[in-house]
Design a binder for this molecule. Structure first.
Ligand SMILES: [Cu+2]
Length: 114
């Protein structure tokens, strides 16, 4: 096994830390999404290019690889969700929390595959 690149993302009420993420394209990268807030939060990224999703969170028993244009992680307060993804191309995309009102409250960030 190759050591994985790891990116840690934390959600609080109501923002992401950090709000700017950089991931090398073509490199499998594990994203851990920890909710340190008091309410549920999620992470949604919609890309123009396929992102290979290699594993999903422990709360979700899908395994294998899926080519998708969307990555979604969800965590209850105190929980951590993880995903291993690999971007096929460079690009900068917005990510946000889909829970009503959260995006408007500041739960927005930017991810760059480079
Ligand atoms: Cu949220």
């Amino acid at each position: 096994m190759f050591p994985l690149e790891v990116v840690k993302l934390v959600a609080v009420d109501f923002s992401y830390k950090p709000s700017e993420i950089y991931i090398k394209k073509g490199t499998p990268t594990k994203v851990t999404f920890k909710n340190e807030g008091n309410v549920e939060h999620d992470f949604e990224l919609v890309s123009d290019e396929d992102i290979l999703i290699q594993t999903t969170s422990s709360t979700n028993h899908q395994h294998g690889k899926t080519a998708a244009k969307k990555v979604h992680l969800h965590a209850k307060p105190g929980e951590t969700a993880t995903v291993v993804l690999k971007a096929t191309a460079a690009g900068t995309y917005q990510f946000y929390c889909t829970i009503p009102g959260h995006k408007e409250s500041g739960m927005v960030g930017r991810i760059t595959f480079l």
